[in-house]
Design a protein around this ligand. Structure first.
Ligand code: UD1
Length: 448
């Protein structure tokens, strides 16, 4: 490892538009797949590195589009980010000179808003583009802004930008969220590490990625503790130091491969897989009849023969951790199409997370979306190949699963959405015997 800026192992980003996956269904998946580091942990860890001027080193970082966008955003701020080897990133935030996160970054990735807390706490000011604006969806950031105000920040909103200032240091406070928010908890916690005095965050999100961030912050010298399952307490420090950290495995990627094995009638071993982070999900899929064996860091999955209708219907309701993850609702819907009887899906976290089911219906699934939060799926259905369009990351991965279980060939447009969050997804599927390729559709537009 050189540690300098002269040599980088550079991740080659895939072309961003006009890409399709072409999947020939019917292959039975067999073999082993290694689970990558968690996207939702890695992005926050990279942001946490801006809390100190010293170098932070991260391993097991997934090579995905969202990480690349975060790295580019940090470099635009003047942060030095080295990438000395695959999955290894080093961040040195000594010379941050541009405290502005532009719309470009926010539009590509909502999680760029996680920079608000650390930049405000360390540098006393930052201008953040609003990622919840009309242009890119309905996900608000009001709880993040309220938390910063509770810590003493002054925040004005003008022309799509939050202008945030902390006169003097931020001050510790009692932060009460009206509902559980993962990034809201993380933003508040990151800001509080450098605030003056004590901060109590309640209800604090309990996702494993939040605890991975706590682990890193403690290595950096922060005084952060989960004092009760839904409470995080932070005693602010004047300064934090550099640290090294290995990102926890991605439970959502793991869940995606569990379903892949189940719907193809396969036998797959997931390596580096976080069984204990998948409790509610594994409970549902095992009740449905998928055979799952948890090892120390493996999950062995054995599916029923494809199209046999051997799985049982189930009711799935998403909830904050330790409940059933909303990010695993779309993949689970593919399994529900293969189960005998009527299944109900209740999406409690996001209201636009069932829209993609329209694409699944075009592949032959028997389903009704009743409203923004409820759907009914009847099975078993024989899915068939067609052309479908990906609207977002998790729906995209799920349409690949549907295509693997389907008869014939499926063309899935909008492949770039999947690369936001899954490292080498087609390579991993090919390694398990799937017939999937990523192709340019029309003109390929390369990223700058
Ligand atoms: C994170 C994850 C995402 C996951 C979600 C829920 C990352 C990068 N993303 O998103 O993959 O699906 O947790 O597990 O970690 N809300 C507000 N105002 C806010 C913030 C949130 O009303 O300021 C609402 C949201 O619209 C949603 C609920 O709170 O209805 C929970 O969202 P939240 O936990 O904040 O999701 P994210 O942290 O953005």
């Amino acid at each position: 490892m050189t540690g300098g800026r002269l040599f980088h192992w550079e991740y080659e980003p895939p072309p961003v538009e006009h890409e399709v996956f072409r999947v020939e269904g019917g292959a039975v998946l067999r073999g082993e797949v290694v689970i990558s580091g968690a996207k939702n942990a890695a992005l926050k860890l990279l942001a946490a590195a801006t809390l100190t001027g010293e170098r932070c080193r991260f391993t097991n970082v997934p090579e995905i589009e969202d990480v690349r966008v975060m790295v580019e955003t940090l470099r635009d701020l003047g942060v030095v980010v080295d990438h000395p080897a695959p999955n290894v990133y080093e961040v040195a935030s000594g010379d941050v000179d541009w405290l502005f996160v532009p719309l470009e970054a926010a539009a590509k990735m909502r999680a760029s808003f996680i920079l608000l807390g650390p930049l405000l706490a360390r540098f006393g000011q930052v201008i953040m583009s609003n990622p919840g604006g009309d242009r890119i969806g309905r996900r608000p950031v009001n709880l993040h802004v309220d938390a910063m105000r509770a810590l003493g920040a002054e925040i004005d909103y003008r022309n799509g930008y939050y202008f945030a200032r902390a006169p003097g240091r931020l001050r510790g406070a009692e932060i009460r969220f009206p509902n559980v928010t993962v990034m809201g908890t993380e933003n508040a916690m990151l800001a509080a590490t450098l605030a003056e005095g004590r901060t109590v965050i309640r209800p604090a999100a309990q996702e494993p990625e939040v605890d991975d961030l706590i682990a890193m912050l403690r290595k950096m010298g922060a005084d952060v503790e989960r004092t009760a399952p839904d409470t995080i307490e932070v005693q602010g420090r004047r300064r934090l130091r550099g640290a090294e950290h290995s990102v926890i495995p991605d439970r959502i990627e793991a869940g995606t491969f569990v379903i892949a094995a189940a719907v193809t009638g396969g036998e797959v071993t997931l390596r580096g897989a976080p069984c204990d982070h998948l409790g509610a999900f594994l409970e549902v899929v095992t009740q449905m009849g998928v055979q799952v064996a948890c090892g120390r860091d493996t999950i062995e999955v054995r599916g029923a023969p494809r199209g046999s209708g051997a799985y049982h219907a189930a009711d799935v309701m998403t909830a904050p951790y330790p409940g059933f993850a909303t990010d695993l609702q779309p993949p689970t819907c593919i399994l529900l199409t293969q189960a005998r009887g009527t299944s109900r899906v209740h999406e409690t976290i996001f209201e636009d997370r069932l829209e993609w089911l329209g694409e699944l219906a075009r592949m032959g699934a028997d389903l009704q979306v009743q409203d923004g939060h409820h759907a009914v799926i009847r099975g078993p259905s024989r899915l068939h190949g067609t052309t479908v369009e990906i609207g977002d990351l998790r729906a995209g991965a799920s349409l690949i699963l549907a295509a693997l279980a389907a008869d014939g060939t499926t063309t899935i447009r909008g492949a770039h959405h999947v690369h936001r969050g899954y490292e080498n997804i087609e390579g991993k599927f090919v390694g398990l015997g799937a017939r999937i390729e990523r192709l340019a559709e029309g003109t390929v537009i390369a990223t700058a």
